[in-house]
Unconditional design. Structure first.
Length: 467
């Protein structure tokens, strides 16, 4: 009895042979049997005609041999239809061996020698394709011996003039047997190599499939966790912002009511810490709402020049605290765009605010102009600064959530690393693009392009762009 394998065990040689070699052997056996039947019918008809014309007995004997082979071929095809590849292959090989060895005894001398020298190698090759692996070595070792016996037997029963010399007979027998040994060795080697290759392929395929399943499961778990996190934070926005707004509001009231410098200093620290915390939480919640698909697009006409003037007034104190100078250059053809005012304002505030954050005693230039991209009309706004710049190896990751160019940047300048991630998501939601060029120590240039009009498919719904 075969030893049972545990469930989930890796593929064995038997499994590989069963999956691949048997299928190949079945196709070869079916093709061989079909064409052998056709050929035998033609040969039988020809031999009967030759017997009628000449009356020579060996033609009639040949007919009987081919009819016996026909029976083997028919039975082989019946076995194949039942899925018995081993039984079918065995019958085909036996029939081929029978016709090669026996029929040669009754052929005319020239055809008989040809049958020996060609028939046995063909039979050896057939064995390579059809014989079960455990029987291939038997065929490879037995055919050279059978070849010598058949040649000697033929010379005794129906001598061939070309083999009357003992040296010629020995040369044909030994030479043919040696050729069969070589073919047999190649046959066994080829099939062993094929089986090993198939086994390695099946094992690699199984390992790859298992790895793909693990990767898919891990991906699904990560997506589910990210979705749950984003949905939770998006629904918690009111609960998180309300107490912070209360702290900020009450601290402002206290500042208005108290003139005592010691109290005002403490209240200012409370107010500043609360405002800073609110900015951080707003960034996290904004990104979470985008990832959760809860951000909608509200389209309206936006005057870019007026919007930039308003942002400059809002960020003016921040820019001046860093000793920076802000320059606005708005081309006269910029005009209006139809987009989401809140998101466009947030994009520009984030970019200009970032420039002010990482620039000291420098210059910030904001340039707006009308430009086409990919054949679509739009507006391009570039924010250039003379700040610290970004290393080239960090440019590919600065738009990823929670990423800043350097850990020391977070410690020195603060922030969550979400501003640029949110900015890029908003740009993509509005059908635009965001690019950056930077050099350490010389500054950065962020360029945002927005279409004049949002595409209809983006107007109807907010898009989730989680990277």
């Amino acid at each position: 009895m075969g030893e049972a394998r545990p469930a989930g065990a890796g593929p064995t040689d038997a499994d590989d042979e069963g999956v691949s070699l048997v299928s190949f052997r079945a196709r070869v056996a079916d093709t061989t049997a079909r064409w052998a039947l056709i050929a035998s019918v033609i040969i039988v008809g020809g031999r009967i005609a030759e017997y009628v014309g000449s009356g020579e007995l060996h033609f009639l004997v040949s007919v009987g041999i081919w009819i016996i082979c026909d029976v083997f071929f028919w039975r082989a095809r019946a076995r194949l239809r039942r899925g018995d590849v081993d039984g079918a292959a065995a019958r085909i090989l036996v029939a081929t061996l029978f016709v090669v060895s026996v029929n040669s005894l009754f052929e005319v001398p020239a055809l008989s020698l040809t049958g020996f020298l060609l028939g046995f190698p063909v039979l050896q090759i057939c064995a390579l394709a059809m014989a079960p692996p455990e029987q291939l070595r038997v065929w490879s070792r037995g055919l050279p011996i059978l070849f010598c016996v058949a040649v000697l037997l033929r010379q005794l029963v129906n001598p061939m003039a070309i083999l009357e010399s003992p040296l010629d007979l020995l040369t044909v027998a030994i030479g043919g047997a040696f050729g069969l040994v070589i073919i047999g060795s190649l046959s066994v080697g080829l099939q062993d190599t094929l089986r090993r290759a198939l086994g390695a392929s099946e094992e690699a395929r199984g390992a790859l499939g298992h790895a793909n399943l693990e990767i898919a499961a891990a991906r699904d778990q990560a997506l589910a966790a990210s979705t749950a996190k984003s949905a939770f934070l998006a629904t918690m926005s009111h609960e998180l912002r309300t107490p912070l707004n209360a702290i900020i509001g009450y601290s402002e009231l206290l500042l208005e009511e108290h003139d005592d410098p010691s109290i005002r200093g403490d209240v200012k620290r409370i107010h500043g810490a609360g405002a800073h915390l609110l900015v951080l939480i707003n960034d996290i919640l904004d990104l979470s709402k985008v990832e959760a698909g809860k951000t909608e697009i509200n389209v309206e006409a936006i005057a870019i020049a007026a919007l930039l003037d308003g942002i400059a007034d809002t960020l003016g104190p921040t820019i001046e605290r860093g000793g920076n100078r802000l320059e606005l250059e708005v081309s006269g053809d910029v005009g209006l765009i139809e987009s989401d005012l809140t998101k466009v304002r947030q994009i520009l505030i984030n970019l200009i605010g970032n420039a002010a954050k990482f620039t000291h005693d420098g210059e910030i230039r904001v340039i707006a102009r009308s430009i086409e991209a990919a054949g679509a009309p739009g507006v391009e706004v570039s924010v250039e600064d003379t700040g610290i710049g970004i290393p080239a190896d960090k440019l590919a990751t600065i738009f990823d959530p929670f990423v800043q160019a350097d850990a020391s940047t977070t410690r020195r300048y603060g922030g969550t690393g979400l501003g640029l991630a949110i900015t890029r998501r908003f740009c993509e939601m509005l059908g635009g693009t965001l690019t950056v060029v930077s050099e350490v120590g010389k500054g950065s240039r962020f360029t945002v392009w927005l279409p004049r009009q949002i595409a209809p498919e983006l107007r109807s719904r907010g898009r989730t762009l989680s990277g």
